[in-house]
Write a protein that binds this ligand. Structure first.
Ligand code: PLP
Length: 296
């Protein structure tokens, strides 16, 4: 089936979408993006994603964000016309093309807006069931990681390094020895005291929508969250570790740099949080994730 995409107000076959090589997204990574999960044909937390998109655009000095109602309608049509039950919608907004390569951004912005849909299992995945084996890499990114920039070279290199090392993913570590976040996810641990810990929000990490939703689900369940940075040493000595993102949801991390975390299997707190998150997005853990209940 030809995938339907959307470019600058027009729905078209994804492989027919064309943009100018002078687009500032291409020349300078002068753009931002969002990835919104689709579960059971529904968008998960679209409002939070569009809030973050608008914030990212504001931080980059875009005068006006794209029309929110139109963007939401585009998301819904991409789900229906591509027949997506489970997957995600990708949306990118760049500062557009100006026929020249000028570092300084033009005063009048004519953005390029692009969106496409991808079907993908989110809940019943090997990562969710078995956990991720990850490596760590130095965090070599810029200082505004709170902006969801399309400048993803450092993350692409980290993920390539992970793949070349035969593992699933990478977490990034700052020069101070503290974990910042995953290459495309927020990083969490359950330490030896049983505390659930994830780094506090600042310009050092992206404010994950999944992080926000899981934080409220766990506090509704009476669990407490410590928002503070943790070191790689603390992570390796933790009882459990996991990553959160719109497409991996809550993914156990069972091995870091070759060292088993806890038992080397997804732990009970992570399992509980997976269940809480799956329920929060309208899934039925007993039906959709029976493996959550099948182990100690
Ligand atoms: N941190 C980084 C660097 C990311 O790229 C992502 C997602 O792409 C996240 C965290 C998780 O954010 P979200 O939960 O909104 O997908």
């Amino acid at each position: 089936m030809v995938k339907l995409a959307w470019l600058n107000g027009v729905f078209l076959a994804a492989d027919e979408a064309r943009i100018s090589p002078f687009d500032r997204g291409f020349l300078f990574a002068d753009g931002v993006y969002e990835v919104t999960a689709v579960y059971d044909g529904r968008l998960i937390d679209l409002d939070l994603h569009l809030d973050r998109l608008e914030r990212s655009l504001r931080e980059l000095g875009f005068p006006t964000p794209p029309d929110r109602g139109e963007i939401a309608a585009v998301h819904r049509r991409l789900i229906v016309d591509n027949d997506i039950r489970e997957g995600y919608i990708y949306l990118q907004v760049t500062r557009g093309a100006y026929g020249a390569r000028d570092f300084a951004a033009p005063a009048i912005v004519r953005p390029t807006c692009f969106a496409f849909a991808e079907a993908k299992s989110l809940i019943n995945t090997v990562a969710a069931r078995e956990g991720l084996n990850i490596i760590t890499t130095p965090d070599i990114r810029w200082a505004r990681r709170d902006i969801k920039s399309t400048g993803l070279l450092a993350q692409a290199l980290a993920k390539t390094q992970a793949r070349n090392a035969g593992v699933d993913d990478a977490w990034m570590v700052g020069p101070d020895g503290f974990v910042t976040e995953g290459a495309s996810a927020n990083a969490w641990i359950v330490n030896q005291d049983g505390d659930i810990v994830t780094r506090e929000l600042s310009s050092t990490i992206l404010a994950g929508v999944t992080r926000a939703r899981l934080s409220s689900a766990l506090s509704d369940a009476g669990l407490r969250l410590q928002q503070r940075a943790f070191t790689l040493e603390e992570a390796v000595a933790a009882r459990e570790a996991f990553s959160t993102s719109a497409t991996a949801l809550v993914a156990p991390v069972v091995r870091i740099d070759g060292l088993a975390i806890g038992s080397g299997r997804p732990g009970p707190v992570t399992r509980r949080l997976q269940g809480l998150y799956f329920s929060a997005i309208g899934a039925d853990p007993a039906r959709d994730a029976p493996w959550l209940f099948q182990e100690s």
